[in-house]
Design a protein around this ligand. Structure first.
Ligand code: DGY
Length: 322
């Protein structure tokens, strides 16, 4: 029987690509360039592809789907977030869409803690001082930060990653508050205090950690009105999606000190982030590293392939989005 063909839109970890090649005819992207919709269409038609394995860099919208061959059965994203995929349009065409939940929970929660601690303890300023040769020696008032222990951590979006952040933050002595669309069961709350409204959460968030997916309901969530509800000198962490934040508003608050510091791993229009961030000393910036560990990226790739294998074999996908 002829092997089925799949299109990998980006380079993937070597073991993941090897497994894909062992099972399928692979159309790859050796230069790892972000392909235009036209290039995606051409490659998909040339190979009469049965599945696309995409990343967050490719927008799979109705217009693209309408131009892909009828052979296409699955769109598997190498990510837990799927705001770049029009799931309803996939469903309407009978194309299964899948993601890679669970396997990146720990690595993303780790990065959230790194940003939280780094922002609180002024890691960027300290690193810059040392590298620039401007460190004149230890003194009692140098780069004083704030201590997370005993402070309130407000988690906006208490799904898997939010819960993993809470677990880590408890070990630092933080008191956990959260808002979520629905309240968690007591065993998952583990003592965290639920806030039925985001506004109530913001009022108690000495630290605010954004962990909600990007959706019409959450885009632009952290704007100047909501920042004004935060305690004076709050610290903001975002490992979810950049478009949850209104950049101009957060940058103004960081400039004035209304928000003491921020740790950001995600940005609207990545990698072309708002130029206002680069000059802010009180902001620790990472290039979307949430899931960037060797172990996690392998697991994401294998999970995406598990999803494709299932769909192309006529079985239920482990991580269906519809
Ligand atoms: C995801 O999985 O959604 C991440 O943002 C990619 O690392």
């Amino acid at each position: 029987m002829a092997r089925q063909s799949i299109l990998l839109t980006r380079r993937l970890p070597p073991q993941v690509e090897a497994r894909a090649r062992a099972s399928y005819d692979v159309i790859d992207n050796p230069d790892d360039r972000i392909l235009t919709p036209q290039e995606l269409r051409e490659r998909a038609h040339n190979g009469k592809v049965a599945a696309l394995l995409v990343c967050t860099s490719e927008k799979v919208d109705e217009a693209l789907l309408a131009q892909l061959p009828d052979s296409l059965k699955a769109v598997a994203t190498f990510s837990v977030g799927y705001d770049h995929i029009d799931v309803a349009a996939c469903k309407a065409r009978g194309i299964m869409a899948t993601n890679t939940p669970d396997v990146l929970t720990d690595s993303t929660a780790d990065i959230a803690m790194l940003l939280l601690l780094g922002a609180a303890r002024r890691a960027y300023e300290g690193d810059r001082l040392v590298r620039a040769g401007e460190w004149k020696g230890w003194h009692t008032m140098m780069l004083l930060g704030v201590q997370p222990g005993g402070k309130r951590l407000g988690i906006f979006g208490m799904g898997r990653i939010g819960q993993a952040v809470a677990q880590r933050a408890r070990a630092f002595g933080m008191r956990i508050h959260y808002h979520n669309r629905s309240r968690l069961a007591p065993e998952l709350e583990a003592g965290a205090e639920y806030h039925a409204s985001p506004e109530s959460l913001l009022r108690v968030s000495d630290f605010l950690c954004l962990n909600a997916p990007s959706s019409p309901a959450t885009r632009g969530f952290l704007n100047s009105e909501r920042i004004a509800l935060l305690p004076e000198g709050a610290i903001v962490v975002n490992t979810a999606r950049g478009d949850l934040v209104v950049d101009d508003d957060l940058i103004a608050a960081l400039q004035s000190g209304r928000v003491r510091a921020a740790g950001l791993d995600v940005f609207a229009n990545e990698p072309a982030l708002h130029p206002g961030y680069a000059g802010l000393p009180n902001t620790l910036l990472l290039p979307h590293l949430g899931s960037a560990t060797i172990e996690t990226r392998d697991a994401m790739g294998f999970t995406a392939l598990d999803n494709i294998d299932a769909v192309l074999a006529g079985r239920a996908a482990p991580n269906p989005l519809w």
